[in-house]
Design a protein around this ligand. Structure first.
Ligand code: TRP
Ligand code: SF4
Length: 331
């Protein structure tokens, strides 16, 4: 097998929503046959900002596994594993932390931004600062060449490459490829109320949401406020419904909606109904699959995750042997 290897993970912090789906998972599913894909559940990463309350973590891990499968990840075509069940992540993280200058971590833009955004949480911790070391370990442990991520993760990958170069220089070795981002074309989708999409605003459409709740959210979406009557000319560019229409329809169909809206030829209710039909076509099968998995197949989910973790461990332990040897600490 000479497919190039990919590693990526998602933190189990709550249910996957439409933004995560189109921003990451849909792309992961597509990459399955082209690359040697290793996808994981980044539960240790979830602790960096959520160590204070761990009561939901086990449930969130099972939910994320169900989401992965319901969206079309297939364990016959990719490996899926749980980060904390491959202890080598912790071991390599420790070694990387020894050789990573504090200044690299302190000037990481995501570190500064998150400290501000989450200022009500006590995350001025050693572990949170070291997030990029853990993420670098996740990737290089598998000698991944590519990492499908959104733009927000680019500083972390840059740091991972710097860590690789430093380790190679220090121990005169060449173990790892320098991991490159496989940028997911970020279609930034607004929340259903037109604000930034965020779980705390309750303006997302999550995969586990009841179909009826999804319908309500679509029917209550924010439209062009200037349109009162159906024949008022609309401004699709400022309309949330239109942003979603673009995601679910062909270019031709989008063009048609745009023209009809601008000419005052379709009403917003009709437009939302048409959108809801598309959203439901996408959402319902995923919702049904995930509900079935979580209701009747929990042991199966845990078993698959465990089998994937065994496979991951066999790669990870081989890499660790090489690292320990190169560092002359394989005693
Ligand atoms: N930092 C990523 C995020 O917040 C999650 C993550 C952890 C990850 N380790 C990774 C992504 C390794 C890709 C590769 O989205
Ligand atoms: Fe938005 Fe559709 Fe109404 Fe135009 S017709 S303002 S695109 S909901």
């Amino acid at each position: 097998m000479n497919k190039k290897r990919i590693v990526s993970g998602i933190r189990p912090t709550g249910d996957i929503h439409i933004g995560n789906y189109f921003g990451a998972l849909a792309n992961w599913v597509q990459l399955q046959d082209q690359y040697d894909c290793h996808y994981f559940i980044a539960d240790w990463h979830a602790l960096t900002t959520g160590y204070m309350d761990t009561t939901q973590l086990k449930e969130n891990i099972e939910h994320l596994m169900a989401d992965y499968l319901a969206c079309g990840l297939d364990v016959e075509r990719c490996n899926i594993f749980l980060q904390s069940h491959v202890k080598e992540h912790a071991e390599l993280h420790l070694l990387l932390s020894m050789m990573t200058p504090l200044s690299w971590l302190e000037r990481c833009p995501t570190y500064k931004a998150q400290l501000e955004a989450l200022s009500e949480k006590e995350i001025t911790t050693y572990g949170f600062l070291g997030y990029p070391c853990l993420m670098a370990a996740d990737v290089i442990l598998y000698k991944a060449e590519f990492v499908p991520v959104g733009e927000d993760q680019l500083p972390h990958l840059e740091l991972a490459r710097e860590m690789v170069r430093r380790l190679h220089a220090l121990y005169e070795t060449q173990i790892f490829p320098e991991p490159q981002a496989l940028l997911t074309k970020a279609k930034i989708l607004p929340g259903t109320d037109g604000r930034k999409m965020s779980k705390s605003y309750n303006n997302t459409i999550s995969l586990g949401e009841e179909p009826e709740a999804v319908r309500k959210k679509v029917m209550n979406m924010k439209t062009d406020p200037a349109r009162i009557r159906k024949d008022d000319p609309g401004h699709p560019d400022i309309c949330t419904v239109f942003a979603y229409q673009k995601l679910f329809n062909t270019v031709e169909k989008v063009e048609e909606v745009e023209q009809a809206c601008k000419a005052g030829k379709i009403g917003c209710v009709q437009c939302k109904r048409a959108l809801h039909e598309k959203v439901a076509e996408w959402h319902t099968p995923i919702y049904d699959k995930r509900t079935d998995l979580l209701t009747h197949h929990r042991p199966y989910l845990r078993d698959l995750l465990e089998k994937g973790s065994v496979k991951a461990r066999s790669i990870a332990s081989t890499t660790m042997q090489e690292v320990l040897q190169a560092m002359h600490i394989d005693y």
